[in-house]
Write a protein that binds this ligand. Structure first.
Ligand SMILES: Cc1cc2nc3c(=O)[nH]c(=O)nc-3n(C[C@H](O)[C@H](O)[C@H](O)COP(=O)(O)O)c2cc1C
Length: 437
């Protein structure tokens, strides 16, 4: 929980070329494969002392619009998208302090592989690795892995419990000090301190030990975004940082209180998990300029609702292509991201689909932050104080060197001058930095 300072992380929506047709993105449509812009992003975030960068992921090409992939491919919506663990390794090589948190979906990677990848990332970063643990939300993704569809929503979390148990046991399969590297006796590793796990679960099995060896942090940091009741319980039990997308200050507070109550039931102190709220600040030299940018974005969104609805359908598994834009949103349900849908419906109220979707995610995420760097810094500090929160997860849908610099060289210094974010890293390990305040 916040004392005076709060934490900052960055939510990178895949190292994809989503913003390719927006201004200031350079030659990204030709250069995206080398991930250079995303490596510059990692360097900038480290300069601004962010806790971590989270590399979001999905493992399919969308088809939730007229049962076609066209709109997704034509508009570069979450495709092409690179394997996050590869990009995470490149980011590791160009940074020294920033936490690096790739997403690995439980349905796609075997637990042994996840333990090995995240464990290796922790080694090569000297203790800066995390894992965004997601259970997946699309049957289209499941079909890429030989399944017809994903298991039911709550079953996915039951499976994730077992999955995480295996991963944890594999990380722990090397006792501290197992590598003795005794040159006199010629023994590198003490075999008595490395163990099989012989795990026979309902869904997964693994023998162990992990062959990649021990991690600097012992266990990489677990990030999670459970939003549904079941998801929140899972996050409350296991996560060390939660990324949340709740609409409005009251909902942000409500979510935190709920997670903290659930954490207490698991015997955990609230400060052992940092809940970060998703925001997308719109910055300009003056607040008037920033408001004008926001207005222009709203006007553009209103003219391009198909793309917005397809993107929303992508995360909720709903095909909105036949929906009446001028009818009330009504009742919707999903086996995908339940929380995103619930928050959308809550905000939509009796509005039409057009009225509800146009502003959705256009001028902000959890809350709108629009203004000069100093004005937005003030708003961010006030909100954190009001909700007694842990911090923010910044996400931009127009990632460019310019928009990143507006944050890292405009907003962050304004926050630092207020003394509400760090000016230097306290520790080497990601977990220790998360727990520093
Ligand atoms: C900020 C944020 C980031 C997320 N990142 C991913 C991601 O990278 N991959 C993914 O499959 N799901 C991602 N999700 C979805 C969550 O894993 C989760 O499915 C969603 O919050 C709904 O919660 P529920 O599963 O409890 O219904 C993210 C959600 C949020 C709020």
């Amino acid at each position: 929980m916040s004392a005076e300072k709060f934490h900052l992380a960055w939510f990178l929506q895949g190292s994809s070329i989503q913003a390719w047709n927006q201004p200031w993105t350079g030659n990204i449509s030709e250069e995206w494969m080398t991930a250079d812009m995303f490596l510059d992003l990692a360097r900038s975030l480290e300069r601004a002392c962010f806790d971590y960068i989270l590399l979001e992921d999905s493992i399919y090409v969308g088809q939730n619009w007229k049962n076609s992939r066209d709109i997704f491919l034509e508009n570069g919506m979450s495709v092409p998208r690179q394997e996050p663990t590869v990009v995470a390794s490149l980011m590791a090589a160009v940074t020294r302090h920033l936490g690096i948190v790739p997403t690995l979906s439980t349905f796609a990677y075997h637990p042994y592989l996840t333990a090995r990848i995240t464990g290796t990332l922790d080694q090569v970063t000297s203790g800066r690795a995390g894992w965004n643990l997601v259970t997946g939300s699309s049957d289209l993704a499941a079909q890429n892995f030989g399944m017809d569809k994903l298991p039911e929503h709550d079953t996915r979390y039951d499976m994730a419990e077992e999955y995480l148990d295996i991963v944890t046991k594999l990380w722990d399969s090397w006792e501290p000090g197992a590598i003795i590297a005794d040159r006199k006796t010629g023994v590198l590793t003490d075999p008595k301190r490395v163990h099989t796990i012989d795990y026979e679960g309902q869904h997964y099995r693994s023998r162990g030990p992990l062959n990649s060896g021990p991690c600097p942090q012992g266990r990489p940091v677990i990030a999670q975004a459970g939003g549904s009741g079941r998801g929140r319980s899972f996050a409350a039990q296991h996560a060390e940082t939660i990324v949340a997308h709740m609409k409005g200050v009251d909902q942000m507070k409500f979510y935190q209180d709920d997670v903290h109550a659930k954490m207490a039931a698991f015997g955990r102190a609230p400060e052992s998990c940092k809940i970060l709220h998703l925001v997308a600040p719109i910055l300009a030299e003056t607040t008037q300029d920033a408001n004008e940018i926001a207005q222009r974005r709203l006007a553009a969104a209103g003219k391009n609702l198909d793309v917005k609805l397809a993107q929303f359908g992508w995360s909720t598994n709903i095909d909105f292509s036949g929906a009446d834009l001028d009818a009330p949103v009504g009742v919707l349900s999903t086996n995908g991201h339940q929380q995103s849908l619930a928050q959308f419906l809550r905000k939509a109220g009796k509005n039409t689909l057009r009225e509800a979707m146009t502003p959705y995610g256009t001028t902000g995420m959890s809350v709108d932050l629009i203004g000069s760097p100093d004005a937005v810094a003030g708003q961010m500090a006030e909100i954190m104080q009001e909700i007694d929160g842990d911090g923010y997860l910044i996400a931009l849908n127009n990632v460019s060197r310019k928009s990143v610099s507006e944050i890292t060289d405009g907003l962050i210094p304004a926050l630092q001058q207020r003394g509400v974010v760090r000016r230097a890293y306290e520790h080497q390990h990601l977990r220790d930095n998360l727990l520093a305040f």
